[in-house]
Write a protein that binds this ligand. Structure first.
Ligand code: BTN
Length: 322
């Protein structure tokens, strides 16, 4: 048992104050190590009161998806079998990529409290302050490389459904943005290592603006409309429960990805999007194509009906006219 985990289970087992000496003896560590770990646990989101002469008492649990709490509640068979948590990291995506080729199996999840160099699509930065949910999942699907294109749809759908379960009116926007009130609430990033016929790994990066002040993020990203779960609902959400629901949804889709679920994923994605049938403008590099969005396809492309006929666009940023 990792040390903070041991200490938290001791504090949880007793409603009284427990003195540092008793905690140290039971955990097999010194009193100063107890003090250090209490500080660490507080940073991990637990409220622990301390009283001179009495000791320590746990007064509130964390909502941060620290590995030992998440592992206890997560009902999955692949995703989350290994959970890595960092208070601060450059990017969960970078750590996950560096681990991906070393790990034999798939399903490891890297989670961070904040990211200093979070990455978004098209080499944009992704602001990731404390309070958000920033994670990357390592997958090694045994499917032909060409079929990976369904994974971003599956991931966006998993996020969308987790948000809807909280009461957020989440909608999907091609290629894989999750929106609420017409603003971006979550984003998905895929890093893939594959040859023509074999996938080595896929790292799915998911960023959800959970309990963050979206005005502060928007101010630093002019031109981007941002929202967060706390701004949509008016209260903070429990990120531990959100992570559980997100990873369970994702695994549900992942398990079916090799065979049956592909069509189902696409259908559900379309149902959760309100952009089909609308006039859109898709910009990629310096080019903009305008038309009516008529379909999204298994290869990840978007079909536009333009004045020159139907065009499939494979990448870009979309503006939807409502
Ligand atoms: C987008 O541009 O919409 C994709 C954003 C993806 C952000 C997530 S946060 C966790 C993971 N780590 C990163 O550096 N990026 C992804």
């Amino acid at each position: 048992m990792a040390q903070p985990e041991k200490l938290i289970s001791l504090l949880r087992s007793d409603a009284r104050y427990i003195c540092g000496e008793e905690l140290g003896t039971k955990a097999g560590i010194s009193r100063s190590a107890v003090w250090k770990q209490i500080e660490l646990l507080r940073r991990y989101g637990y409220s622990i009161e301390s009283r001179r002469g009495l000791g320590y008492k746990l007064t509130a649990h964390t909502d941060i998806p620290v590995p030992w709490e998440l592992a206890k509640i997560l009902c999955t068979s692949i995703i989350g079998k290994q959970i890595i948590y960092r208070e601060t990291i450059d990017s969960t995506q970078n750590l996950a990529i560096s681990l991906a080729s070393k790990l034999g199996s798939d399903g490891a999840v890297v989670i961070a409290g904040r990211q200093e160099s979070g990455r978004g699509r098209q080499k944009r930065r992704w602001l990731s302050p404390k309070g958000g949910l920033w994670l990357s999942v390592i997958l090694k699907p045994e499917i032909p490389t060409a079929r990976i294109t369904i994974l971003p749809f599956a991931a966006a759908l998993a996020v969308c459904e987790a948000l809807k379960a909280l009461g957020v009116a989440a909608r999907l926007k091609w290629p894989n943005d999750v929106m609420a009130s017409g603003k971006k609430i979550a984003g998905i990033l895929l890093d893939i290592s594959a040859t023509a016929d074999q996938v080595n790994y896929v790292v799915i990066g998911i960023g959800i603006n959970a309990n963050v002040d979206s005005a502060t993020i928007s101010a630093r990203l002019p031109g981007t409309k941002i929202t967060s779960i706390s701004d949509e609902l008016g209260w903070n959400t429990n990120r531990l429960q959100l992570t559980k629901s997100l990873l369970e949804n994702l695994e549900g889709y992942y398990l079916g990805i090799e065979h049956r679920a592909r069509g189902e994923i696409l259908q559900k994605w379309k149902k959760n999007s309100d952009m089909l049938g609308r006039k859109v403008a898709v910009s990629y590099k310096s080019k903009t194509i305008r038309g009516v969005a008529t379909d999204v396809n298994e290869d990840g492309s978007l079909t536009l009906l333009t004045d020159k006929g139907c065009i499939d666009v494979v990448s870009g940023d979309i503006r939807v006219r409502y």
